[in-house]
Design a protein around this ligand. Structure first.
Ligand SMILES: [Fe+2]
Ligand SMILES: [Fe+2]
Length: 204
């Protein structure tokens, strides 16, 4: 049944989501700093990449509240405290939160928005729910590699790209230091996971 936006649950859900995305962005930025201190630059890059996407999600939800400009929206909500120097644990926390956003949080918010007669808001919740699943999957893959000591080592020979200078090395482990730019091993990413091309770059 259509309801007035001002009195809708959807408005509250948009503010909850805006708060959640804003906090996720900050948490991932803090996590990126922890990774940098531990020279895990590839993990730092992934947290930073994801943080920027959470900012975009925040902006999408925020702009759906435009007609309430000048007003304050009261909400209640629960948000995580995920503080540790253990990078695997930071990745697991992030994975958990992403999956929770994916389902049930944004799926439910999307369904409520649809019921209340706000199809555009519903579409944002449902689409962003799908993105959060891929965020969760990515954090999970990196957590698995790191906890198995496979982030810079592979069972089979493969390509590794230096995220600093772009050099591609072939072997069962990333070089201790990049032979081109001398940045340390922490900058190397498996070529299949490298941005803007990955293994397609070697097939041409
Ligand atoms: Fe998000
Ligand atoms: Fe996310």
């Amino acid at each position: 049944m259509p309801v007035d936006f001002k009195n809708s649950e959807t408005l509250k859900n948009l503010m909850r989501a805006f708060a959640g995305e804003s906090q996720a962005r900050n948490r991932y930025t803090f996590a990126a700093s922890t990774c940098k201190q531990q020279k895990l630059h590839v993990v730092e890059a992934i947290f930073q990449f994801t943080a920027n996407q959470e900012k975009e999600h925040a902006e999408i939800f925020y702009h759906h509240m435009k007609e309430l400009s000048g007003n304050t929206v009261q909400i209640d909500g629960g948000y995580p405290v995920d503080i540790t120097n253990d990078v695997v644990q930071l990745l697991r926390y992030a994975q958990h939160n992403e999956y929770e956003e994916h389902d049930p949080v944004y799926k439910t918010f999307g369904d409520v928005a649809k019921e209340e007669g706000f199809p555009k808001v519903a579409a944002s919740f449902h689409k962003i729910a799908e993105i959060e699943q891929t965020h969760g999957n990515r954090f999970g893959v990196i957590a698995d590699l790191l906890s198995n000591n496979q982030l810079f080592v592979s069972d089979v020979s493969c390509g590794w790209m230096c995220l600093n200078c772009g050099y591609i090395f072939e072997g069962t482990q990333a070089p201790k230091a990049c032979p081109v730019c001398d940045h340390d091993q922490g900058f190397f990413i498996r070529l299949e996971m490298a941005p803007y091309g990955g293994s397609i770059l070697q097939k041409r």
